[in-house]
Design a protein around this ligand. Sequence first.
Ligand code: ADP
Ligand code: TRP
Length: 331
Amino acid sequence: MEKMLTGIRSTGGPHLGNILGVIIPSVFRANKSTKHSSFIFIADLHSMVQIDNLDNLKTIRNSTYQIAAAWLAFGLNIENCLFYRQSDVSYVTELAWYFNCFYPYRRLTLAHAFKKKEMIDKKKISTGLFTYPILMAADILLYNAKIIPVGKDQLQHIEIARCIANYFNKKVDKKLFVRPNALLQKNKFVLGTDGKKMSKSQKNCIDIFSSDEVLKKQIMSIRTDSKSLEEKKNPETDYIMYLYSLIAPLEKIEIMKKKYIKGGYGYYEAKIALYEYIIHKFSSEREKFFSFMKKKSLLDHILSLGAKKAKKIAYERLNCIRKHLKFNSII
Ligand code: ADP
Ligand code: TRP
């Protein structure tokens, strides 16, 4: 069976984009897959590129629990898959080093995360941010994963992983690495409260696992035009309607659309309807999430069991790769 692998960074709580784009489809696949063919991890090493001060590592650690609790709240069956913290399987950093030594520097300068930051502030770019795609390639190629559920922003990274796999396979004249494919959702991106890609760094998130008050505040901040309650509204261009359409059933969407078109229905009421629907739809996941967040030692235990299993596989694979590089086996 083809292996599936995905990771979410621990740079904040999981938002609706992460959940609809990656968590729900991955849980669905992982729970159907055969034992040990799904790898789901928390990319805490990748999260380090986001901080500029070692004091902030605490935030990464705390958010690791939030991401883990979210996966479990959405029903991830940990018997079936390998569920771990990236930093607990450090073999991946060794593989990343090998890739670093062969991947052309010039090509990495074209990676969009680096280019974007370069335009804003060159001084703030760490070597970690620059080589970010290499570590991601190692995450994937270490386990020979083929199916990678991600959002559209990660496509270039998957392409780099494919390129590295090709390069090595040609050099050793063997299919040492499987070429991975991205698995994208139809909606490509979930948009945030400002109509741009929902992202932890943009403060435009709908965080379904935040408190009722915070969630309500986030929903109230959804950008709208300035039409009055009485005026007719366009359901096709409004972000409240857009978010509601992502999660509500068709009949409910149609009812809200009609209210928009008819007029006499304000954005405030629409926001309240969205808020209430989110609370209703995700009530069981929210309950499980809050319960897991009270049991951090259980989360630590689950993640370390997953890491132990992943480490075994990574150990075998890395030894095989080392052999091709004329190095000794891991001592
Ligand atoms: P963020 O971009 O908010 O920091 P991550 O980088 O940790 O989130 O993303 C984890 C996964 O979720 C990635 O595969 C990413 O492409 C996906 N993702 C992030 N934001 C969205 C979004 N708005 N819609 C769909 N998928 C998303
Ligand atoms: N780079 C991804 C992100 O920012 C997280 C990630 C790290 C990942 N390694 C991965 C995703 C491997 C898929 C496969 O969201």
